[in-house]
Write a protein that binds this ligand. Sequence first.
Ligand code: FES
Length: 109
Amino acid sequence: MENLNVKITIIDREGNSQTYEAPTDMNMNLMEFCRAVELDVKGECGGMAMCATCQVYVESNTDLTEKTESEIEMLDQAFYVKENSRLGCQIHLHENIGGLIVRLAPEID
Ligand code: FES
C-alpha cells in the first residue's frame, strides 16, 4: 500500500525537536497538525491567515508553495517575523514537504 505519510520535524519553544509521520491524505495544514499532536499552537483564526499564532520558522530548504497575498500581509504585521517565517496554517501537508523542519515562533499574547 502507498505510504501517505511524510516525515516532518517540529522544534517546540523549549527547543525539543521531534519528528512525526504526518498524513498527506487528510487535507490538513501544519497548524492543524501541531494542534493534533498537542503542541502549543493556538491557531486562533482557524487557518484564515489572520492571527499569526501559527507562525513557524522554516529551517530546511524544503520547496514550499509561495506565500499568498494574505500570508504576506499577515506576516507584515506579526511579531518576531524573520526571513524564514511562514504561517503554519498556509503550509499544507503534502508529499512534497517531506523532510520539512520548522521551529515554532514565540507565543504571542
Ligand atoms: S491560524 Fe491564524 S494565521 Fe494561521
